[in-house]
Write a protein of this length. Sequence first.
Length: 70
Amino acid sequence: MKKTFKLIDLDCANCAAKMETAIKKLPGVTDASVSFMTQKMTIEADNLDAVMKDVVKVCKKVEPDCEIVL
């Protein structure tokens, strides 16, 4: 399953790259893409509901001010 989420207050392209790398390492995530320009994150996973809690946690660690519109 693939889904795109809107990001609010993603401050830099470097942070987006760090978030993408960290999300791709999570178990259950097939692919991930975080775009600073469009402020969007696309995640592909077998069970999105199961991985979203970890995705939010990883994103908060890299960019504490960034919000993911679920």
